[in-house]
Design a protein around this ligand. Sequence first.
Ligand code: F0G
Length: 457
Amino acid sequence: MSYRTIIEPFRIHSVEPMRMTTSSERRAALEVAGYNLFALRAEDVLIDLLTDSGTGAMSRDQWAAIQHGDESYAGSPSWFRFLEGVQELFPFPHVIPTHQGRAAEKILFSVIGGPGRIIPNNTHFDTTRANVEATGAQALDLVIAEGHDPSNLHPFKGNMDLARLDALLAKEYDNIPVVFMTITNNSGGGQPVSLENLRGVRALCDKYDVPLFLDACRFAENAWFIREREAGQSERDVPDIVREVASLADGMTMSAKKDGLANIGGWLAMKDEALAQRCREVLILTEGFPTYGGLAGRDLEAIAQGLHEVVDHDYLRYRIQSTAYLGDALVAAGIPVVRPIGGHAVYLDARALLAHVDPLAYPGQALAVALYEAGGIRSCEIGTVMFGLRPDGVEVPAALDLVRLAIPRRTYTQSHIDYVIEVCRDVASRASELRGYRIVEAPRALRHFTARFAPLS
Ligand code: F0G
């Protein structure tokens, strides 16, 4: 007999209070924040689904590992435990610790990017795109067509469009220093990439002699989807799948704030020794010595232990099922969401729900603000605010206007999620009353973090 209730595979060991605000307090907070949810005080948020990055709960064993942190400047035992933890799953000879994922991206692209260069990816995340473009290189997204259709039920909607990648490589291989694959595909809805597709990308990289790197932030969730959905994979252990994925690549960038189960950290890893040497030179300028990067010894310990825990099947089953629990309830309520439900987040299709709001009036922003105003839930627009401003300064609608409800790992219980479902249903029932926004002030790069908005009258 198999019971259907999702069991969190942990008990609560230490608790954090949350504070309920009134709707007039939330309206006042929104005005002060310029209707940008990044500018809210976290204490004014009840359920914080802004990101799954660095916001998860660490385990008893991670807190214990922190006590073993050795803060030696060079060659600390904590560094060697970190290295062993990383290489057990990703056996790249060169591992370069960084304070988070974008530092790894910044180092790599400052070495291999530059004007005239092109970096293809299934879909670049915002910091990845920004770090590519900051060097003058071009960031190209080549996800399969199904990946742009929020209702298409393709099981691996994060896959790369191999025909388009082949055509690009045939023409431009001299200008392409690396091909990237983001697992899972965050900006496209947290959708996984199949082993078969990764093998296809590998074959093209071999054909044109271009290296393949993984943006592996959510590698364990991706491996779980491979186990669940890909033919012939259901009996395999997740670490074994992860090692096969790693074996198809020449290197990786990583944010340990996601599937490292840590609050901070990341790394850059690769096979190529000469490239590693150049990256370490930049590392020393910006992050620190190569055996700690931008991290304390205790952070290295927390990550090493986190990598051990994140590939546990009970954990991953709970993780993926509980995200689907939220998504399935919203589908049942008739709310348009990206399907299938992704690994770390549920993405509301704001363009469909707020069809009366023009994409350049930011339907995702309007929906995200409404969820906060109604129930103190903080989410994140992933749409025209985040991606609509081209490097030449022209504003165009993004491919999709989504609102991401990202689920911090091991942090909220099912009753918190039931509350989120209730608030979403309420806001969706009055979606036609929501109005768009305009941007009052914004920087040119990564504007979603600091832009200020005003409601359209
Ligand atoms: N790549 C992907 C796919 C990401 O999702 C992120 C971060 C990064 C790289 C950068 O890592 O934050 O450690 O510098 N994503 C977070 C998010 C911020 O909310 O999705 P970082």
